[in-house]
Design a protein around this ligand. Structure first.
Ligand code: ATP
Ligand code: MG
Length: 593
């Protein structure tokens, strides 16, 4: 996948767009954060009140005499028993505000993540085949699981801290000046100075995180590939080498992890030292005017002031990590499906009369022509067989009919309409396909056969299975049509899988049928039987059948011989045998004449 470097702030703004629908919760959370910050600022008065109370014969004195730099006069006096009530009240309110704000933000966070994951999956499902040929399934898996999860922190914690910590700092600034007087300014000087190393470390962290996420995706991809092909790994005695390769990739994730930890954990002590410097300066310049009460409350307010600063620096780390994850997510979301519906696409509802390939050319990669000037005029009800050597372009040809790809030259037309003018749904609704690679899903036999129409009743499922000569082995399964097939249908034999796939295509009852090596895994006898059944089913349908075994295509109305992406011969079995050439050669080879 091409790496597009996007600006961090832009990525973050796009992430934030996902929380916009929950503004009311966010406002509620922000108000509670303000309450939290205010109660925290009040807590800085505790040392003052306590010392004052116990040194003044159990009476707390809080007056402008004690704090002469304030521009107004006041004189509060109350007995010490208010102190524990004050402590309890402060903690109670602080906890209440903390709970509500965290809960509101967390609920926004998980909703945003849910939506991002839904969008990403839906987008992946609609992306075209060429995208999947370029990327690795494991990498997409990693993005939709790991990367989306790591964004959750960004949305919840970061937003919380981005609002809460500045509010806390703002509320504490008056406390610093109340207790410390004008000297408190030294304490605030720390802020701009601390910002510089934090920004630099943040940039480093984003780079490291991006690489780490890529390597994590490599891990997922490697696991997926090797476990799906585990029997090949074993058959070729590659267990040790795959373990070694895995450990190698895992180690590089570990190395990046180590580096990111170094960068992350240096921040806290760095800020601690700078904050201590600021505090020391502030105390140094204000010491003369202090009483014990004021001094202790001043120190407490400084402690409380620097805590949010540390949290903010941690937020920066999380932001950088989520930007790196966000970039990987938006890379996919920005990918435009190469096969897409035009805005004016219409729903094709007619009876199929003709399928025409008009001067079709195609290349998967620009320079390598796979199909060249293919013209083919097929009438409804015709059975067209496509033969040719491996790699000739047979599968590619039918891929174009289903719009898995669009031709690079010419076009495919049904009833005279270019298939690019139809909705994808109505086009694909016309076609039943048994593809060269049998793909089944985890689920029961019944669910797999009824994949195209989950509402189909059992009778239709059984009828399709009978037509595909699958009813015998299905009945022998322990739970018949309700037997689970296991991941990718692995609990069945290759030929059984293929018959389920044929039944699946037949249940759809489509006007156009594409059979790409649909019976290649069957023994000769089963093949003959399925073939016979298919012949019945082919009646009234337009069929494209691809097969290497010529016995399966002999009875086709027309046989097309493809070679290097060109049609080199076409006709019936008899006429082609008379003509001689490639078809006759293939025929003679197969039938040993
Ligand atoms: N996704 C792809 N990306 C790039 N090239 C591809 C892709 N799929 C197929 N090709 C190439 O296109 C050519 C035609 O492939 P195609 O699958 O149509 O052959 P085929 O006639 O169906 O062969 P077979 O009989 O082996 O199934 C081959 O040279 C193949 O390497
Ligand atoms: Mg093929």
């Amino acid at each position: 996948m091409p790496e597009k470097v996007q600006k961090g702030s832009k990525i973050y703004r796009r992430l934030l767009a996902y929380i916009r629908p929950y503004m009311s919760r966010i406002v509620l959370a922000a108000l509670c954060m303000l309450g939290y910050a205010a109660t925290l600022a009040m807590a800085s008065a505790l040392p003052y009140l306590t010392i004052s109370g116990f040194s003044n014969k159990k009476e707390v004195v809080f007056s402008s005499q004690q704090i002469p730099h304030l521009p107004f006069t006041f004189d509060f006096r109350f007995p010490v028993f208010w102190i524990p009530i004050f402590i309890f009240g402060v903690i109670l309110f602080r906890s209440f505000f903390d709970y509500i704000s965290r809960y509101a933000m967390a609920s926004v966070g998980i909703r945003a993540v849910k939506k991002i994951r839904e969008d990403l999956y839906a987008h992946l499902v609609y992306l075209s085949n060429d995208f999947y040929s370029r990327g690795r399934t494991g990498d997409f898996l990693s993005r939709i699981t790991n990367d989306v999860t790591s964004i959750q922190g960004a949305v919840t914690d970061v937003l919380t801290d981005l609002v809460k910590q500045p509010l806390t700092i703002l509320c504490l600034i008056p406390s610093v000046f109340i207790w410390g007087g004008p000297g408190g300014i030294f304490a605030l000087m720390v802020f701009p100075i601390v910002a510089i190393p934090i920004a630099l470390l943040g940039r480093m962290l984003r780079k490291i995180t991006r690489k780490m996420q890529e390597r994590s995706a490599d891990i997922t991809a490697f696991i997926a590939e090797t476990l799906m092909g585990i029997h090949i790994v074993k058959a070729f005695n590659r267990e040790e080498s795959v373990i070694q390769k895995f450990n190698q990739i895992n180690k590089s994730v570990f190395d990046f992890f180590k580096r990111s930890i170094k960068v992350t954990i240096i921040q806290r002590p760095l800020i601690d030292v700078m904050a201590a410097g600021g505090a020391a300066l502030a105390i140094w310049f204000t010491m003369e005017s202090f009483t014990a009460e004021r001094f202790s409350s001043f120190v407490m307010s400084l402690f409380l002031l620097y805590e949010p600063l540390k949290k903010l620096s941690k937020v920066n780390s999380t932001i950088q990590q989520s930007i790196a994850a966000g970039a990987r997510i938006f890379e996919i979301l920005d990918e435009v499906p190469s096969v897409h519906e035009s805005g004016t696409a219409f729903e094709f509802q007619e009876k199929v009369n003709s399928v025409v390939f008009e001067k079709v050319g195609f290349a998967y990669e620009r320079a390598i022509t796979v199909l060249d000037d293919i013209s083919l005029d097929v009438n409804a009800g015709e059975v067209v067989a496509i033969v040719g050597s491996s790699g000739a372009g047979k599968t590619t040809l039918v891929n174009l009919l289903l719009r898995f790809y669009d031709p690079t030259a010419g076009g495919v037309k049904i009833n005279g309409y270019d298939i690019r003018a139809m909705t994808l749904k109505s086009l694909r609704g016309l076609i039943g396909i048994v593809s060269q690679e049998t793909v089944l899903f985890n689920g029961t036999v019944r669910e797999n056969i009824a994949y195209g129409d989950p509402a189909a009743d059992l009778e239709r499922v059984i009828a399709a299975a009978e037509a595909a000569h699958a009813q015998h082995f299905i009945r022998d399964l322990p739970r018949g049509y309700d037997s689970p097939l296991g991941e990718r249908g692995l609990k069945l034999s290759g030929g059984q899988r293929q018959r389920i796939a044929i039944a699946r295509a037949l249940l759809k009852d489509p006007p156009i049928l594409v059979l790409d090596e649909a019976t290649s895994h069957l023994d000769t006898e089963s093949e003959r039987e399925v073939q016979k059944a298919l012949e019945n089913l082919m009646k009234g349908r337009t069929v494209f059948v691809i097969a290497h075994r010529l016995s399966t295509v002999q009875r086709a109305d027309r046989i097309i011989v493809l070679d290097h992406g060109k049609i080199i011969q076409q006709g019936t079995n008899e006429s082609l045998l008379q003509q001689g050439g490639t078809y006759k050669k293939l025929y003679d080879l197969q039938f040993n004449i």
